[in-house]
Design a protein around this ligand. Structure first.
Ligand SMILES: *Cc1c(COP(=O)(O)O)cnc(C)c1O
Length: 404
């Protein structure tokens, strides 16, 4: 593992990125969270832990993932587009990077079980995979709407030995699954470790997940320099909670020449609350799920209902570091609609022979817009995951329109 993977100035020791982050949880849970923080502080400096994780990244995940110069897309859209191929990781997305970290941490802490929520099912599959490998039990809470949409992932988790727990209240998607998993964790925090699926939640998760994901940018920086002799001019990634984005961005944070774009979903309608999940565009600072960040709120200040065609992006908040990066202007946040994402999904499939996750297609759609502006320079996109999980849904919902 590259030396600087775990080196970052923020958050401070209470878990704050500027005014965002922190830990807003009941005192009895804070005691447990302090143990998690202490254990993480210890292992992140531990050469044995680093070596074990580096070995799994290489031999189990298949890292380093390659960078691919997408020449057909580059030619069509007028700027050189490069793809960091996290879709080629074992289990098909970037999430395995942090799930292995969490599983190793749980093992070191003597926990018996990993517990988590999942949206698209990618986090659940990655965590169930890591749990199987490390020898831990695994409970995954998942909204019933997502279970129907992402059925193959439900089967995968069960084959891997995990318990999939259906969540049937509210919109039956990611937010309700988070509430449900959090409740189950509170009931028994001693024998379980919460395997949060993104750079969200109370301290130390936003920092810990970012650290585990930062391997993406560390590799990409070296690979891109090797390929082109320079740094990329632009980085693009989709943002649900924001882990694949920070994974790519972190290694470039101090390279002022590199512009960064985080892309959220505007769903069916950016102007109607409940029809999108564009937290950075329409959200306000607030506290949810144990941390402070921008969030989409209803009139009572409660988390708003959200929607996106991409199950992994429909979350009413965002990782606290993103809120900080928005306020200081280091990262630009944009949005892409369902329609634009589905267009991009077919565009890259048919021009490059790569079927992306619908989540990832949001980053690609924005990349095409950016490429068409003048003097864009090179663009490096985090191809966060592959689209196998989405093909049945896409065929059923959009098949006629796209000639399937
Ligand atoms: C989960 C997921 C995302 C969104 O999560 P982030 O934490 O924002 O990265 C994006 N792409 C894929 C393929 C995913 O599975």
């Amino acid at each position: 593992m590259a030396e600087n993977i775990f080196d970052c100035e923020l958050p401070d020791e209470k878990g704050y990125f500027g005014e965002y982050g922190g830990s807003f949880i009941p005192p009895e849970l804070q005691v447990i969270m302090d143990q998690v923080t202490a254990a993480y502080e210890e292992i992140r400096e531990d050469p044995d832990f680093r070596a074990e994780l580096a070995d799994l990244y290489q031999h189990f995940v298949g890292r380093p993932s390659p960078i691919f110069h997408a020449k057909n897309l580059s030619k069509k859209y007028g700027a050189d587009i490069y793809l960091k191929r996290e879709d080629l990781n074992h289990t098909g997305a970037h999430k395995i990077n942090h799930c292995l970290g969490e599983a190793l941490l749980a093992k070191k802490m003597g926990k018996k079980k990993l517990i988590a929520e999942t949206g698209a099912g990618q986090h659940g599959v990655a965590l169930a995979t890591a749990a199987a490998l490390v020898g831990l039990e695994c409970d995954i809470h998942m909204g019933e709407v997502d279970m129907a949409k992402e059925h193959p992932n439900v089967i995968r988790m069960r084959i891997l030995g995990a318990n999939v727990i259906p969540v049937s209240h509210g919109r039956k998607t990611l937010k309700e699954a988070v509430d449900s998993a959090f409740g189950a964790y509170l009931a028994d925090p001693q024998t379980q470790l919460f395997g949060i699926g993104s750079v969200v939640g109370p301290h130390p998760y936003p920092r810990m997940i970012r650290d585990f994901q930062s391997i993406v940018g560390v590799e990409a920086k070296e690979q891109f320099k090797h390929m082109t002799g320079k740094l990329p001019d632009n980085l693009v990634a989709c943002v649900g909670g924001g882990s694949n984005a920070l994974g790519l961005f972190t290694a470039f944070m101090n390279d002022k020449s590199v512009a960064m774009y985080g892309v959220e979903p505007s769903g069916r309608d950016i102007d109607i609350l409940g029809e999108h999940a564009a937290t950075m565009t329409h959200g306000k600072p607030g506290v949810m799920h144990g941390f402070k960040s921008y969030m989409l709120q209803d009139d009572d200040g409660e988390p708003a209902e959200v929607y996106s065609v991409a199950s992994g992006l429909d979350y009413p908040s965002v990782g606290p570091q993103h809120s900080y990066l928005k306020d200081i202007g280091r990262v630009n946040y944009a949005y892409i609609s369902d329609k634009e994402a589905i267009d991009a999904f077919f565009e890259i499939s048919r021009l490059e022979g790569i079927i992306p996750a619908i989540e990832t297609a949001h980053a690609l759609a924005y990349t095409f817009k950016l490429a068409q502006e003048s003097d864009t320079g090179t663009i490096l996109v985090n191809l966060s995951g592959r689209g196998d999980k989405d093909i049945d849904f896409v065929a059923e919902k959009y098949g006629e329109e796209y000639g399937i």
